[in-house]
Every structure is written in C-alpha cells, then in structure tokens.
Design a protein around this ligand. Structure first.
Ligand code: TXA
Ligand code: MG
Length: 312
C-alpha cells in the first residue's frame, strides 16, 4: 500500500502515526489533506536503521549522535540539516528535517519492508488529541486512510520529544515521552522553547492542539477547593461537566459516569491521558475539568499538553 502511494496508519511506542513513503510526493500531499494539516507544519521522517540517515541528513552534530546513541529507538525526534533528497513538502520549506527511530516492532518492520523513510505525523485530525489506539485513528480518519495496522494501545501515550541539534545549546522544540532531565544528563544544558522565535522554528507549536470538543479547564495539582468550586459553578449553569483527577485528595470528590481517576504515576498518567480526553469527549460534555500534575520529568510534558488542550 505504501509503495502504491497509499496511507498506512501504524503504531509506535508514543502514538499512532499516519504513514506515507517519504519519496512519494503525491502520498505526502495526501497526508496533509487527510489530517487537515496546515502545509506550514513539517512532518517527521521515521527510520529503522541509522544508515538511512545518510540520505536524509546532511550533517549530524556530535550531540545529535550522542542522543541518538542513547535514546534510539525511542521517543526522541532530532531536527537536523536536511539533504536535497528530502522535499520541501515534507519540511514545509525549512532547511532542516525531523527524524525519529521509533521503538515499536511494527513501525520498524514497516520501514524495513518499504526500504525508505516513512513520514508519520500523529494519525489524528489536525488539532485533536493524538491517537493512542487504532480505534482513535478510525474515529478521526475513516475513509481518509487506506490501512490501519492495529497493535493495541501505545505504551507511552504522548508524542516524541523534538530536539533541534542544529543550534547550540540544543533546543527542545516539543516536550514529549523523553524528559528534559534525561536529555540533559547526556548532553548538558538545553533550551526549552516556547513562543517567539521558537514558534518559527517549531511550526507545530503555533497551531491549536490536543483539543477535545468540550472546553478544558485546568486546575493546579491537588487544589481540591478550586476544583470543587469550578465543578459547582458549571453545574449551576446547567453544563454537563466531566472531570479527570489524579491525586487521592481529589479522587474523593465525586464519582460517576463523567468522573475519571487516573493513577498519580506520571508514566501511566501519560499513557492514559489522550485516551481519557477522547473518551470523555465522546460523552458530549460541555466542560472537562482536569487536575494538573507537578511539572517535573514527564509531568512537564503532561502539563504542556493539558495547557494546549485548555487554550481557547
Ligand atoms: O511521537 C511522535 O513524534 C509521533 C509518532 C507517530 O512518531 N509523530 C508526531 O508527528 O507527533 P507530528 O507531525 O504530529 O508532530 C511533529 C512535530 C510537529 O510539532 C512539527 O512542527 C515538528 O515535529 N517538526 C517536524 N519537522 C520539523 C523541523 N524540520 N523543524 C522543527 N520542527 C519540526
Ligand atoms: Mg500531531
């Protein structure tokens, strides 16, 4: 199907991707169309073998090599200078390309079988939470994707961490499954990009993201008073309110169909985050109130996604 220019959704350890042959520009165009993705938001190229980098990347900086050696295959995407073999369509006209080696046997087998890199944005409609199950892909892209490979729910549940290694110090353009702490342990200080200049370098962060249809309200970790006040206020307005909490304190607040308690372990919380947002969103709620987490390690990624989901 990929060779024929089709679109194949595939599992990775982070989220499901919407795959096309990186060298087939008609197929790459279809990826943007299927997602409703703005053409100024570049795609990640998935590889299965470091040798494939020769055709894709012009120059691999030392710190990029260190990170790839430590974390590939895994939830790390490296932004590097591209070769002329990589189309402007893939990179949205940038002179860099984002590359990742996913840690999933199906994704790796797919890249190996094709023998080329596979472009793979998250397989959701643009702006929606990323898909962590094949069903999510089907819900968003039914009729727009040729094949969905179902390997069950993804284990990490949030996307890869995108690191620009063309600059010094390297810059995290998108927090993800690999933490800032893990990265800095290997290559020392990195910048964390938000707003301004970074929005230009990481086009994806300009656009609305991770948003359920219901409006999302974010409450500080453990703030039971604020949570209860918001819940009551919206109910009094006649709104249908869903809740996602993770601390034992807030778990005692309520129960019922629209109330979800996630584990306080950040790994597991991240795994279930998008799934839970999508699930509650399927219940036609007006508002979803979400309890935040402490902002360290994977907690910083979780808070990044929640803030974006809560943006209006
Ligand atoms: O975990 C993941 O990364 C998943 C799985 C399927 O691999 N893919 C994914 O792709 O999340 P996508 O397209 O949804 O997000 C890619 C991010 C976007 O924010 C995009 O702007 C950024 O990477 N990106 C891609 N190429 C870039 C480049 N050359 N420079 C800066 N940012 C880039
Ligand atoms: Mg995405």
């Amino acid at each position: 199907m990929l060779r024929a220019g089709g679109l194949v959704a595939f599992p990775t350890e982070t989220v499901y991707g919407l795959g096309a042959d990186v060298l087939n520009l008609d197929a790459v165009k279809k990826v943007f169309e299927a997602k409703g993705r703005p053409s100024d938001n570049p795609l990640i190229v998935h590889i299965a073998d470091a040798k494939q980098l020769e055709d894709i990347v012009d120059e691999m900086p030392e710190k990029g090599k260190t990170l790839a050696g430590a974390f590939w295959p895994g939830p790390l995407t490296l932004v590097m200078k591209r070769t002329i073999l990589i189309s402007d369509l893939v990179t949205a006209g940038l002179d860099t390309v984002a590359v990742r080696m996913p840690n999933h046997p199906v994704a790796l087998a797919l890249v190996r079988a094709l023998g080329e890199g596979i472009v793979g944005p998250s397989a959701n409609l643009s702006g929606r939470p990323s898909p962590t199950t094949a069903q999510h892909v089907f819900d968003d892209l039914r009729g727009r994707v040729d094949v969905i490979l179902d390997a069950g729910p993804t284990t990490i549940g949030v996307e890869s961490t995108v690191v620009d290694v063309t600059v010094e110090p390297p810059a995290i353009l998108r927090l993800g499954g690999l933490t800032r702490e893990q990265i800095e342990q290997r290559i020392g200080k990195v910048e964390l990009g938000t707003g301004g200049d970074f929005a230009k370098r990481s086009p994806g962060t300009r656009h609305r993201h991770y948003a359920p249809r219901a409006s999302v309200l974010l409450v500080q970790a453990g703030d039971a008073d604020a949570f209860a006040r918001l819940l009551q206020a919206h109910r009094q307005l006649g709104k249908k309110v869903g809740c996602i909490v993770n601390s034992p304190l807030l778990a005692k607040l309520e129960s019922g169909d629209y109330f979800r308690v996630l584990p306080s372990s950040k790994d597991i919380l991240a795994r279930y985050l998008f799934r839970t947002l999508r699930e509650l969103d399927g219940l036609s709620l007006d508002v979803i109130i979400v309890e935040g987490v402490e902002e360290e390690g994977l907690g910083a990624t979780i808070m990044d996604r929640l803030r974006r989901a809560a943006e209006v």
